[in-house]
Write a protein that binds this ligand. Structure first.
Ligand code: G
Ligand code: G
Length: 253
């Protein structure tokens, strides 16, 4: 209960910070960076999201947390420099602020407009379960944002229970292939087959793909052979504090 009160205070005050993990193209150009929240607790030190997201969920704070992350990430990304002549997008996870919310469109509109970020530089990541069976008003809100240039990504694709064929029903332009399939892709024929099937199917349905959790050059090589569009993982970069990310952009390497 104390933790809940402290989390509430952190969301409305200070204590939360964002790190950003680059997502790169096949040639290493940074296409986007995913905002990942951390809680700097005064006594416990840094608490990772896997430890405090359940607290946020139980306490009904998930929406407030999403609003803080979206506001902060858009404001920071609005002044990102170019990397190799191209301005990277920012990707934000949504778990408590959802397309089905009656005020989804006006809330996102107010935050993005207020931040000065171009609509075309925003990616919103949702897990599969947040994207199935959406009512018409939710689909309309998403379509309006897509018209403005926002892209939606299905996070952790393949970990849900729905069949791969359900991808055609998901309103998302990008599919993030879960780390579970990336891990074994270079040495486990079954993992390779699944990854290839997901990527082939995503392509056939007009979606771009991002491989999550790429740790080795072998995994990258195999995934590039399959035709994955973008890559995220420790091979390229750990999540970085905002000032470090700027240095990487400016370095242009
Ligand atoms: O950053 P890390 O790799 O520790 O993230 C662990 C989990 O927490 C991941 O599943 C990630 O999606 C989730 N997560 C990280 N940052 C955010 C955030 O800002 N909002 C939400 N809703 N989830 C996040
Ligand atoms: O579910 P989501 O994609 O948001 O998860 C991001 C989480 O994955 C974060 O906890 C991040 O630190 C972690 N992560 C990012 N890259 C790698 C990687 O290459 N290997 C592993 N094991 N974890 C990673």
């Amino acid at each position: 209960l104390a933790l809940e009160a402290e989390l509430r205070a952190a969301i409305t005050g200070t204590g939360l910070v964002l790190q950003y993990q680059p997502v790169v193209g096949p040639d290493g150009t940074i296409l986007s960076a995913e905002a990942l929240v951390r809680w700097h607790h005064p006594e416990r030190g840094v608490i990772p999201p896997n430890d405090f997201l359940p607290v946020a969920q139980r306490s009904g704070l998930l929406r407030e947390l999403d609003l803080w992350v979206l506001r902060t990430a858009c404001a920071e990304a609005a002044s990102w420099p170019e990397h190799r002549g191209r301005r990277p997008s920012v990707a934000v996870n949504l778990a408590g602020l959802l397309p089905g919310d009656a005020d989804f469109l006006p809330v996102v509109d107010a935050i993005v407009t207020g931040s000065g970020l171009d609509w075309g530089h925003l990616v919103l990541e949702l897990v599969e379960t947040s994207l199935v069976a959406l009512p018409p008003h939710a689909l309309a809100a998403m379509a309006e944002l897509v018209d403005r240039g926002v892209r939606f990504a299905v996070d952790d694709f393949g970990t849900g229970y729905s069949s791969l064929a359900r991808l055609k029903d998901l309103p998302a332009q990008t599919v993030k292939v879960d780390r579970a399939f990336v891990t074994g892709v270079a040495d486990d024929p079954a993992a390779f087959a699944v990854a290839r099937a997901v990527v082939d199917m995503a392509r056939a349905m007009g979606r771009t793909t991002v491989a999550e959790g790429v740790e080795t050059a072998e995994q990258f090589h195999v995934l590039r052979g399959i035709g994955v569009d973008a890559y995220q993982g420790w091979l390229f970069s750990r999540p970085l504090p905002a000032p470090r990310l700027r240095e990487v952009f400016a370095g242009g390497r």
